[in-house]
Design a protein around this ligand. Structure first.
Ligand SMILES: Nc1ncnc2c1ncn2[C@@H]1O[C@H](COP(=O)(O)OP(=O)(O)OP(=O)(O)O)[C@@H](O)[C@H]1O
Ligand SMILES: [Mg+2]
Length: 210
């Protein structure tokens, strides 16, 4: 079923950032949210991911409306079904790459260690599993966030500018990995100004200034 949003709006003080936003992203599909800088892409992505509340309208996941969910229910949904790739990578800087991919301390879990290695290998960081996040470049940190999403095999993946400030090779790698998650059945929503990535998605939603 995937994600469906109807009539979303966002006001910041007296300013209406956007209103009447309705969109759908069926399961196993990708949707790119595009538009000029400052138009509200990150804000809309955060509303769709239930990180921010909407001022109007409804959001449903697999046909279930999320409006009435309390914080506990939202956290459970995130834990079980969602992976985030945030603009600042959203990693725990004081932990290792391995910890951030699996969100587990140490690596006692032999069966998951292999999966963590496989995910790190897909983003070219297999030899950095025990590195601290602070020792990594910005682009490497972004790839850790993507390895985490691969490892989790979440139903919903929300990515904010996942290809920003990457070289061509890594930009293509990230695009391929995200679309691979879509092919595996994930519902992937991406806020981006990367028009190549947007064109590779199943759908595009363009936010425009009011
Ligand atoms: N918590 C907040 N308080 C005040 N203003 C905010 C807040 N969050 C966002 N804004 C404003 O809302 C507008 C949209 O911000 P947003 O980050 O969603 O844009 P964006 O389209 O993602 O931009 P970019 O392409 O630069 O990432 C901006 O003008 C921003 O300053
Ligand atoms: Mg943004």
């Amino acid at each position: 079923m995937g994600l469906e949003a109807n009539d979303l709006s966002m006001k910041i003080g007296a300013r209406t950032l956007f209103q009447g936003v309705s969109l759908q992203c069926p399961k196993g599909n990708s949707l790119a949210i595009v538009g000029e800088s400052g138009v509200g892409k990150t804000t809309l992505l955060n509303i769709l991911a239930l990180i921010l509340p909407t001022h109007s309208g409804t959001i449903s996941f697999d046909g279930v409306e999320a409006q009435a969910w309390n914080e506990r229910k939202i956290r459970k949904f995130w834990k079980e079904k969602v992976s985030f790739i945030l603009q600042d990578a959203g990693l725990d800087d004081s932990e290792t790459v391995a910890y951030n991919i699996t969100l587990k301390h140490g690596l006692p879990w032999r069966h998951t260690q292999q999966e963590a290695y496989a995910a790190a290998q897909q983003v070219g960081l297999a030899d950095r599993l025990e590195s601290q996040i602070v020792e990594l470049s910005g682009g490497e940190q972004r790839r850790v966030a993507i390895a985490r999403a691969i490892y989790k095999q979440a139903d919903y993946l929300f990515a904010d500018e996942p290809t920003a400030s990457l070289d061509d090779t890594n930009r293509q790698l990230v695009q391929d990995l995200l679309l691979e998650q879509v092919a595996k059945g994930a519902t992937v929503i991406i806020a981006t100004h990367d028009l190549t990535l947007a064109a590779a998605c199943d759908q595009t939603y363009t936010l425009t200034k009011i």
